[in-house]
Ligand binder design. Structure first.
Ligand code: GDP
Length: 140
């Protein structure tokens, strides 16, 4: 497969727990190239817009509160088959079901506070990257 880009977010629990360095190291060890990176504290409006596809879900308000509760690190990663490979590295949404060695198995504390986001399709990756980065902030 040719090179693909995906968006990851180290969520507020990952930043607060001091997992940023470890998670970025894992990305690099797995041969993802970092193409853009920034630290932000999302407003509730920014978090709602990012997760708009989930607005009908019962946990939406909790998710928005959590995602705007502290700083996050937003990262664009590039690799062959990046979308699927990042989802594998993250592990299942619920850390109790996440495979050994995955980021969520290692660092997540609940189905909500699960440390890391990764785009779930190529189309969503493009949309999510554009949500946070202008063209001039992305490396070629
Ligand atoms: P993901 O693609 O694995 O991140 O999972 P989803 O797209 O289904 O959900 C988005 C995010 O919402 C998850 O990563 C969690 O932070 C949160 N979330 C998912 N399911 C639940 C739930 O049942 N309760 C709560 N409070 N949060 C959830």
């Amino acid at each position: 497969m040719s090179l693909q880009r995906t968006l990851s977010i180290i969520k507020p629990d990952g930043v607060a727990q001091g997992n940023v360095g470890d998670i970025l190291k894992r990305f690099e060890e797995q041969e993802f190239q970092i193409k853009a990176l920034k630290m932000l504290h999302l407003s509730p409006q920014q978090a709602s817009g990012f997760y708009a596809v989930h607005r009908e879900r019962s946990f939406f308000q909790d998710l928005v509160r959590y995602m705007s509760s502290g700083a996050v690190v937003v990262v664009v990663l590039e690799a062959p088959d990046a979308v699927v490979r990042l989802r594998e590295l993250m592990g299942a949404t619920d850390p109790r079901q996440a495979a050994e060695g995955t980021l969520r198995k290692l660092y997540a504390t609940s189905i909500e506070k699960n440390v890391v986001h990764g785009s779930d399709s190529d189309e969503n990756a493009r949309r999510e990257i554009q949500y946070f980065f202008s063209d001039s902030e992305l490396l070629d």
